[in-house]
Design a protein around this ligand. Structure first.
Ligand SMILES: [Mn+2]
Length: 427
């Protein structure tokens, strides 16, 4: 299904006057603080969040899965769903594929469909954390780190195949997350596991086209509960350093132990120009896959504060990082969940843009602790939702995407079109 511009305009009309009043009040407030609302809108338009192909269906837990109906049955329908999101929020102009869940059988057709919907292909993701049907080898005891060279060989070849799929779609980035590790003390030799992983990654790196980047993701635990080969940002950083200039660290918010200071990790990686991408989600305990900003919105703002500062210091445009959502929740309509996630990311980004950095620098220099906090929270507590709505309006999207999604009865139409039992591939 496609959203008709006329339908969107009709829905926007209902809220237009109230929006204009709210935005006028906010604009005045921002201008008094010396901030140009239009330049914020320009920055918001630059920030496009890639939607992962595995988040378009209802996620499952190890206990069960409760599909919502109308889920995309193939890659073309997944691209169409991302197109629906982008039509509503004008901020989801990219899709991140997971191989082998979403192998493009007809790359030219998929690429044409995506560009018709204003989408590009962001990072492609390999999968060596589960066995595929009829696979003559097993990743049960690891992939790139495996003790058996033949298993490592297959995992390397799989990653190189993923690069080729990505090339056919115009992607420029390979993202690697490994489930490799051990469940019990003594099960694996740490140094051997690291060395195997490094040499496997070196072979994949050698197959990387010159204009591509490789992103190395880390995670402290799960599915292995004693040790993960790439357990933290330091290990990912070490691997990237050994690999070369095209390798960067990817930070997934859910891949940290509780209360880790993620914004500080981001600051250090930005300082070293080693941050390549982001996986957004939210969590209370671990890798919970919850909607971005639903649990810890202040942390998200603090992370964006470092990202915005780091990008500005290096004069890098916002679109030079791979911004992706990595979540797959199991009780909401996945499309509604994604609309909320993108909005939370944009909000944190906009809040970070209005921090009075000059005043903060001076307060930090003078060790004026109370004023430092005041400046941060002043930005965080400014309600910028009407700015986001205005940015969407100017880009031809919906003032309020979630409401528009419901008013247009999109899920109902998708169920009619694809059936109640259609279940997307993924976790
Ligand atoms: Mn991730």
């Amino acid at each position: 299904m496609r959203i008709k511009t006329q339908d969107l305009q009709t829905i926007n009309e209902l809220h237009l006057n109230a929006h204009r009043r709210a935005f006028a009040r906010l604009s005045e407030q921002l201008q008094e603080a010396g901030i140009d609302p239009q330049s914020l809108i320009h920055s918001l338009h630059q920030l496009q969040i890639a939607i992962p192909s595995w988040a378009l269906g209802t996620g499952g837990t190890r206990f069960g899965r409760f599909p919502i109906g109308g889920e995309p049955r193939n890659l073309a329908e997944k691209v169409e769903d991302v197109g629906l999101l982008h039509a509503l929020n004008r901020a989801s102009g990219a899709i991140s594929l997971h191989i082998p869940w979403d192998i493009p059988e007809d790359a030219a057709h998929i690429q044409a469909l995506a560009s018709e919907l204003g989408l590009r292909f962001d990072a492609v993701n390999s999968n060596t954390f589960q066995d595929q049907p009829n696979q003559p080898y097993s990743y049960k005891f690891g992939s790139l780190c495996h003790t058996d060279a033949a298993v490592r060989r297959r995992a390397i070849e799989h990653n190189i195949e993923v690069i080729h799929y990505g090339e056919a779609l115009g992607s420029k980035c390979l993202s690697i997350w490994l489930a490799d590790g051990s469940n019990f003390p003594g099960q694996r030799n740490f140094q051997q596991a690291f060395q195997h992983t490094l040499s496997s990654l070196q072979e994949i790196y050698a197959a990387l086209p010159a204009d591509w980047t490789m992103l190395i993701e880390y995670k402290p635990y799960e599915p292995n509960f004693y040790a993960t080969v790439i357990q933290d940002w330091g290990t990912a950083y070490l691997l990237c350093q050994k690999l070369g200039k095209q390798a960067f660290v990817l930070v997934d918010l859910g891949h940290h132990l509780p209360n880790t200071n993620i914004e500080q990790i981001v600051a250090t990686l930005m300082m070293e120009d080693m941050l390549g991408g982001f996986h957004f989600n939210d969590s209370k305990y671990g890798d919970d896959d919850l909607t971005v900003g639903s649990i810890k919105p202040y942390q998200l703002f603090l992370i964006f504060h470092e990202l915005v500062g780091g990008l500005a210091a290096r004069q890098r445009p916002v679109n030079t990082l791979a911004w992706m959502i990595d979540a797959s929740h199991n009780v909401k309509d996945p499309l509604e969940d994604l609309l909320q996630s993108v909005e939370a990311i944009q909000l944190a980004f906009a809040q970070a843009l209005i921090v009075n950095r000059q005043a903060l620098l001076e307060a930090q220099q003078q060790n004026d602790v109370a004023w430092c906090q005041e400046l941060m929270q002043q930005a965080f507590r400014t309600d910028l939702r009407s700015l986001l709505a205005e940015a969407r309006l100017q880009a031809g999207g919906a003032l309020y995407p979630l409401q528009a999604y419901r008013q247009l009865q999109i899920r109902h139409h998708l169920i009619q079109q694809r059936g109640r039992k259609a279940v997307a591939t993924g976790l």
